[in-house]
Each structure stands twice: as structure tokens, then as C-alpha cells.
Design a protein around this ligand. Structure first.
Ligand SMILES: [Mg+2]
Length: 288
């Protein structure tokens, strides 16, 4: 994956940033229940759990278009007068498991369909069928257009990894693996909690915190030592509900006020700003 030079230069390589010398005493003593060594960071944070769509890669745009196509057709067929809009995406769909989102949009227009079965074909008028229909459209767009991570993603992920942060992806998407692979990010994230893994382990979807809590457990960390990074209200709410040490909203369209209201500790415009903040935590100053 190539990285734009402008971003690489904006993110300093923190192989051994000041304040992170190997002999420094840990600022936080390990608790008896925490087998991991203490974090060198003053607040004990040591992992970053990233949402994928809209945080690491602009796949949210593909999702938005696929949802819009689906519901414009469904609403036309049902004679719904209030047209589908981007507001429906941000309020009902963004970050949530597919079926929950379908049911929420239908309910917002007084529509109801049978829930159906997970293996319903895409032409069946059920919640699962509509979800399948949308996913087919998304996958077709993904293979047609591909996906590139946001320009700053690769440099920031590398910098965090080199600075010793544990990294994971926690996504409601069933396509997380394909998106990470298409974007050249798969190797950066040995732990990916996606829709398939959530289903296998019976993890409730965002805004429930279960998938983030699962990721923290897999990393051997209590939630207070992990950062959640999310662009959706539902995901921010999940981070807040899980008691995570820091919940960062990335405003890719949901709106700063909405993310703060959902429980974000801070809202950034992009991942470079996130890196600035985390590096500032480490070094006691903001890097720029
Ligand atoms: Mg997202």
C-alpha cells in the first residue's frame, strides 16, 4: 500500500518517542487481575480498537449508496411519501448490525416485514432478505470500485503499532476481512471482530458494547485500558456503555455534536488528529 508523502510527513515515526525509554518505570502498576505488563502511558491506555467503515476506510460511502438504492426502491414499491435520506442512514443504519438497521428504517415509515431467516434470498421481502439485498449491492460496488483506506490511515496505524499500541478492528460488517484485504490493512490487524465472529460468539451488536468488550478480552486488557475509535453514534454509544478508557469520535459526517452527545470523550476530524492526541498523551505534549 502506498502512503501519500504529505501524511507520512505529518505523522512522526515514534519508534522510541521521548518518555518511552525501555528503562523507564511503568506509570501504572499491573493489577493482580491484569496479566499484561504496565503501559508506559501515564493513563495506562495501551490498545486502540478501531471501527472499520468510516474510520479506517471510506466504505461508509459505499454502504450509504447501497442503503439508499435499497430503500428508495422499497419505499417506492410501498407508496411511502417521505423519501429516504442521508438522515435515515446516520440515525438508523450507521454502525448497527444490518438487520437491526433494516427494521429501524422500516419502522420509521410505519412499515413492518417478517424478520425471516438468515439465509433468506435477496429477493425475499423480509428483514433478512432486504439485508441480503443491500449486502449484495455493497459487495458488487466493492468489487467494482475497490476501496482505498483514508489517506492518513496507513501512516497512523504504523505509527501506533511502532509506539507499542495493541490494535484491533471491531466492525459490525460482514465484509470486514474483504475491506481490510482490499485496502492492504489486513496484516496490521491480527484481531478482527466482525459480524461473523460476533454471531459465532452470540455478541450483541452496537450500540451494545459486547463486540468491543470481546476484543479487549482477547487482548488481555480491561476496557479502561483501551481506546475506542468510532464514526457512528451507535459505535460511540457502545464504547461509552463498555466503560472504555477513551472514546474517540471521528466526524466523517455524523456531526461533532451528535458524537459528543452519544458519549464521545473527544471528536476528531481524521486519524492524524487522533495520533496527535495519543502521542500527546504519551509524551505530555501534542505532536505537530
Ligand atoms: Mg463506522
Amino acid at each position: 500500500m502506498s502512503q501519500p508523502p504529505s501524511v507520512a510527513s505529518a505523522v512522526p515515526a515514534p519508534a522510541q518517542p521521548a518518555g518511552l525509554q525501555p528503562d523507564d518505570p511503568p506509570a501504572v502498576a499491573p493489577s493482580p487481575t491484569d496479566p499484561r505488563p504496565a503501559s508506559p502511558r501515564p493513563d495506562g491506555l495501551r490498545a486502540v480498537l478501531f471501527d472499520l467503515d468510516g474510520v479506517l476506510a471510506p466504505t461508509a460511502d459505499l454502504h450509504r449508496r447501497a442503503w439508499a438504492d435499497l430503500f428508495q426502491a422499497v419505499f417506492a414499491q410501498a407508496g411511502v411519501s417521505q423519501p429516504y435520506s442521508d438522515r435515515d442512514y446516520f440515525v438508523h443504519l450507521d454502525g448497527r448490525p444490518r438487520q437491526d438497521g433494516v427494521a429501524a428504517v422500516l419502522a420509521s415509515r410505519g412499515l413492518e416485514l417478517p424478520w425471516g431467516e438468515p439465509d433468506d434470498p435477496p429477493d425475499r421481502d423480509s428483514v433478512h432478505g432486504l439485508g441480503r439485498r443491500k449486502n449484495q449491492a455493497f459487495q458488487a460496488a466493492l468489487s467494482r470500485q475497490g476501496v482505498q483506506p483514508y489517506p492518513e490511515t496507513g501512516a497512523v496505524v504504523r505509527a501506533l503499532s511502532q509506539a507499542g499500541w495493541d490494535l484491533a478492528v471491531v466492525s459490525s460488517s460482514a465484509n470486514a476481512g474483504a475491506v481490510l484485504a482490499a485496502g492492504g490493512l489486513a496484516e496490521s490487524f491480527p484481531l478482527v471482530v466482525d459480524a461473523a465472529l460476533a454471531a459465532r460468539h452470540g455478541l450483541a451488536g452496537k450500540p451494545a458494547p459486547d463486540s468491543f468488550l470481546y476484543a479487549a478480552r482477547q487482548l488481555g486488557l480491561p476496557p479502561a485500558r483501551a481506546v475506542v475509535v468510532e464514526d457512528a453514534r451507535s459505535g460511540v454509544a457502545a464504547g461509552r456503555a463498555g466503560g472504555f478508557g477513551l472514546v474517540v469520535g471521528v466526524d466523517r459526517g455524523a456531526g461533532r455534536a451528535a458524537l459528543l452527545e452519544a458519549g464521545a470523550d473527544l471528536v476528531v476530524d481524521d486519524l492524524t488528529e487522533l495520533w496527535d492526541h495519543l502521542a500527546g498523551l504519551t509524551q505530555g505534549r501534542t505532536v505537530r
